[in-house]
Design a protein around this ligand. Sequence first.
Ligand code: HEC
Length: 183
Amino acid sequence: MMKSLVKIIAVAGIMVAASCKTDTAPNYQFFPNMYQSVGYETYSESDAFNNGVEAQTPVDGTIKRGWMPFEVENTEAGRLFAKDSLVSPLQPTEANLANGKELFGVYCAVCHGAKGKGDGNLVKREKFLGVPSYADRDITTGSIYHTVYYGLNSMGSHAGQLNENERWQVSMYVSKLKADLTK
Ligand code: HEC
Protein backbone atom coordinates (compact mmCIF):
# COMPACT_ATOMS: atom_id res chain seq x y z
CA MET A 1 0.00 0.00 0.00
CA MET A 2 2.69 2.42 1.11
CA LYS A 3 4.95 1.39 -1.77
CA SER A 4 2.35 1.99 -4.50
CA LEU A 5 1.52 5.39 -2.97
CA VAL A 6 5.20 6.36 -3.32
CA LYS A 7 5.13 5.17 -6.94
CA ILE A 8 2.02 7.20 -7.72
CA ILE A 9 3.54 10.32 -6.18
CA ALA A 10 6.79 9.78 -8.08
CA VAL A 11 5.01 9.30 -11.44
CA ALA A 12 2.80 12.34 -10.76
CA GLY A 13 5.92 14.37 -9.91
CA ILE A 14 7.58 13.43 -13.17
CA MET A 15 4.45 14.32 -15.12
CA VAL A 16 4.20 17.70 -13.43
CA ALA A 17 7.86 18.41 -14.15
CA ALA A 18 7.51 17.26 -17.78
CA SER A 19 4.41 19.39 -18.33
CA CYS A 20 6.54 22.51 -17.79
CA LYS A 21 8.62 21.65 -20.84
CA THR A 22 7.75 23.70 -23.89
CA ASP A 23 9.38 23.31 -27.26
CA THR A 24 8.95 26.93 -28.21
CA ALA A 25 10.98 28.50 -25.40
CA PRO A 26 14.53 27.48 -24.41
CA ASN A 27 14.67 25.29 -21.36
CA TYR A 28 16.69 26.20 -18.33
CA GLN A 29 20.36 26.33 -19.30
CA PHE A 30 23.31 25.84 -17.03
CA PHE A 31 26.13 28.17 -18.10
CA PRO A 32 24.20 29.74 -20.99
CA ASN A 33 27.30 31.33 -22.47
CA MET A 34 28.66 27.86 -23.16
CA TYR A 35 25.68 27.24 -25.44
CA GLN A 36 25.51 30.68 -26.93
CA SER A 37 29.11 31.69 -27.32
CA VAL A 38 30.04 34.89 -29.10
CA GLY A 39 31.18 34.14 -32.64
CA TYR A 40 34.33 36.13 -33.29
CA GLU A 41 35.42 36.49 -36.90
CA THR A 42 39.12 35.88 -37.55
CA TYR A 43 39.84 39.25 -39.15
CA SER A 44 37.20 41.34 -37.40
CA GLU A 45 38.01 44.42 -35.39
CA SER A 46 38.57 43.93 -31.69
CA ASP A 47 39.50 46.11 -28.75
CA ALA A 48 41.16 43.17 -27.03
CA PHE A 49 44.42 43.64 -28.90
CA ASN A 50 46.67 46.62 -29.43
CA ASN A 51 46.54 46.44 -33.22
CA GLY A 52 42.72 46.50 -33.12
CA VAL A 53 42.06 43.25 -35.02
CA GLU A 54 41.41 39.65 -34.03
CA ALA A 55 44.17 38.18 -36.19
CA GLN A 56 47.53 38.19 -34.45
CA THR A 57 51.02 37.50 -35.73
CA PRO A 58 53.19 35.03 -33.78
CA VAL A 59 54.97 36.33 -30.70
CA ASP A 60 58.46 37.63 -31.52
CA GLY A 61 61.15 35.01 -31.15
CA THR A 62 58.77 32.04 -31.37
CA ILE A 63 58.61 29.42 -34.12
CA LYS A 64 55.91 27.09 -35.35
CA ARG A 65 56.06 23.56 -33.97
CA GLY A 66 58.04 21.33 -36.34
CA TRP A 67 59.50 24.34 -38.16
CA MET A 68 63.24 25.01 -37.93
CA PRO A 69 64.36 28.42 -39.14
CA PHE A 70 66.96 28.39 -41.92
CA GLU A 71 69.74 30.78 -40.95
CA VAL A 72 71.44 31.01 -44.34
CA GLU A 73 70.53 34.15 -46.28
CA ASN A 74 68.62 34.31 -49.53
CA THR A 75 71.55 35.79 -51.47
CA GLU A 76 74.18 34.52 -53.89
CA ALA A 77 76.68 34.58 -51.01
CA GLY A 78 74.23 32.49 -48.98
CA ARG A 79 73.88 29.99 -51.81
CA LEU A 80 77.67 29.70 -52.11
CA PHE A 81 78.00 29.30 -48.36
CA ALA A 82 75.36 26.54 -48.45
CA LYS A 83 77.17 24.90 -51.35
CA ASP A 84 80.45 24.66 -49.45
CA SER A 85 79.34 24.17 -45.86
CA LEU A 86 75.87 22.68 -45.53
CA VAL A 87 75.57 18.93 -45.27
CA SER A 88 72.44 16.86 -44.95
CA PRO A 89 71.62 15.84 -41.37
CA LEU A 90 70.03 12.70 -42.86
CA GLN A 91 71.88 9.59 -43.98
CA PRO A 92 71.53 8.65 -47.66
CA THR A 93 69.60 5.51 -46.74
CA GLU A 94 67.40 3.70 -49.22
CA ALA A 95 64.30 4.96 -47.41
CA ASN A 96 65.43 8.61 -47.54
CA LEU A 97 66.36 8.39 -51.22
CA ALA A 98 63.11 6.60 -52.06
CA ASN A 99 61.14 9.38 -50.38
CA GLY A 100 63.28 11.98 -52.13
CA LYS A 101 62.57 10.32 -55.46
CA GLU A 102 58.84 10.34 -54.82
CA LEU A 103 58.86 14.03 -53.81
CA PHE A 104 61.01 14.89 -56.82
CA GLY A 105 58.40 13.22 -59.04
CA VAL A 106 55.66 15.33 -57.46
CA TYR A 107 57.34 18.74 -57.17
CA CYS A 108 60.30 18.95 -59.50
CA ALA A 109 60.02 16.56 -62.45
CA VAL A 110 57.45 18.69 -64.32
CA CYS A 111 60.30 21.10 -65.02
CA HIS A 112 63.48 19.18 -64.42
CA GLY A 113 62.46 15.83 -65.97
CA ALA A 114 62.55 12.45 -64.21
CA LYS A 115 66.34 12.18 -64.60
CA GLY A 116 67.13 15.85 -64.02
CA LYS A 117 68.10 16.59 -67.63
CA GLY A 118 65.95 19.71 -67.74
CA ASP A 119 63.39 18.10 -70.04
CA GLY A 120 60.22 17.95 -67.94
CA ASN A 121 56.77 18.19 -69.49
CA LEU A 122 56.51 21.95 -68.97
CA VAL A 123 59.77 22.37 -70.86
CA LYS A 124 58.75 19.99 -73.65
CA ARG A 125 55.53 21.95 -74.10
CA GLU A 126 57.46 25.22 -73.96
CA LYS A 127 55.53 26.45 -70.92
CA PHE A 128 58.65 27.01 -68.87
CA LEU A 129 62.10 27.74 -70.21
CA GLY A 130 65.61 28.02 -68.86
CA VAL A 131 65.52 24.77 -66.89
CA PRO A 132 69.08 23.41 -66.80
CA SER A 133 70.33 19.85 -66.75
CA TYR A 134 71.80 19.13 -63.34
CA ALA A 135 74.86 17.85 -65.17
CA ASP A 136 75.70 21.43 -66.19
CA ARG A 137 75.39 22.99 -62.75
CA ASP A 138 78.04 23.19 -60.06
CA ILE A 139 75.79 22.06 -57.20
CA THR A 140 76.09 20.19 -53.92
CA THR A 141 73.40 18.78 -51.63
CA GLY A 142 73.82 21.94 -49.53
CA SER A 143 73.33 24.34 -52.45
CA ILE A 144 70.39 22.30 -53.73
CA TYR A 145 68.80 22.65 -50.29
CA HIS A 146 69.27 26.43 -50.54
CA THR A 147 67.65 26.46 -53.99
CA VAL A 148 64.72 24.32 -52.82
CA TYR A 149 64.27 26.59 -49.80
CA TYR A 150 64.44 29.97 -51.54
CA GLY A 151 64.10 29.18 -55.22
CA LEU A 152 66.51 30.66 -57.77
CA ASN A 153 65.54 33.36 -60.27
CA SER A 154 62.50 32.00 -62.15
CA MET A 155 62.34 28.84 -60.04
CA GLY A 156 60.06 29.40 -57.04
CA SER A 157 60.66 28.46 -53.40
CA HIS A 158 59.45 25.05 -52.29
CA ALA A 159 59.82 25.73 -48.56
CA GLY A 160 56.03 25.86 -48.18
CA GLN A 161 55.40 22.49 -49.83
CA LEU A 162 58.24 20.47 -48.28
CA ASN A 163 59.23 20.31 -44.63
CA GLU A 164 62.86 20.26 -43.51
CA ASN A 165 63.31 16.50 -43.75
CA GLU A 166 61.62 16.36 -47.11
CA ARG A 167 63.80 19.18 -48.44
CA TRP A 168 66.91 17.26 -47.48
CA GLN A 169 65.56 14.02 -48.93
CA VAL A 170 64.80 15.67 -52.25
CA SER A 171 68.19 17.46 -52.23
CA MET A 172 70.03 14.19 -51.65
CA TYR A 173 68.07 12.63 -54.48
CA VAL A 174 68.99 15.50 -56.83
CA SER A 175 72.66 14.98 -55.90
CA LYS A 176 72.25 11.35 -56.88
CA LEU A 177 70.62 12.33 -60.19
CA LYS A 178 73.53 14.67 -60.91
CA ALA A 179 76.04 11.93 -60.09
CA ASP A 180 74.20 9.53 -62.42
CA LEU A 181 74.13 12.14 -65.23
CA THR A 182 77.83 12.87 -65.00
CA LYS A 183 79.03 9.26 -64.66
C1 HEC B 1 58.47 25.63 -62.57
C2 HEC B 1 59.67 24.93 -62.94
C3 HEC B 1 60.57 24.41 -61.86
C4 HEC B 1 60.24 23.57 -60.82
C5 HEC B 1 58.86 23.02 -60.45
C6 HEC B 1 61.46 23.31 -60.10
N1 HEC B 1 62.50 23.96 -60.69
FE1 HEC B 1 64.43 23.86 -60.16
N2 HEC B 1 64.93 25.18 -61.60
C7 HEC B 1 64.06 25.75 -62.49
C8 HEC B 1 64.75 26.73 -63.30
C9 HEC B 1 64.17 27.59 -64.39
C10 HEC B 1 66.09 26.73 -62.84
C11 HEC B 1 67.23 27.62 -63.33
C12 HEC B 1 67.33 28.82 -62.41
C13 HEC B 1 68.47 29.74 -62.76
O1 HEC B 1 69.63 29.28 -62.68
O2 HEC B 1 68.22 30.88 -63.11
C14 HEC B 1 66.16 25.74 -61.80
C15 HEC B 1 67.34 25.40 -61.15
C16 HEC B 1 67.45 24.39 -60.22
C17 HEC B 1 68.70 23.95 -59.63
C18 HEC B 1 70.09 24.45 -59.99
C19 HEC B 1 70.49 25.52 -58.99
C20 HEC B 1 71.92 26.02 -59.22
O3 HEC B 1 72.57 26.34 -58.21
O4 HEC B 1 72.37 26.09 -60.35
C21 HEC B 1 68.38 22.97 -58.73
C22 HEC B 1 69.35 22.19 -57.87
C23 HEC B 1 66.95 22.80 -58.76
N3 HEC B 1 66.41 23.68 -59.67
C24 HEC B 1 66.26 21.90 -57.98
C25 HEC B 1 64.86 21.80 -57.95
C26 HEC B 1 64.15 20.93 -57.08
C27 HEC B 1 64.77 19.98 -56.08
C28 HEC B 1 62.82 21.11 -57.35
C29 HEC B 1 61.64 20.46 -56.66
C30 HEC B 1 61.57 20.59 -55.23
C31 HEC B 1 62.72 22.08 -58.41
N4 HEC B 1 63.99 22.49 -58.75
C32 HEC B 1 61.55 22.51 -58.98
C33 HEC B 1 62.72 25.45 -62.62
C34 HEC B 1 61.99 24.64 -61.77
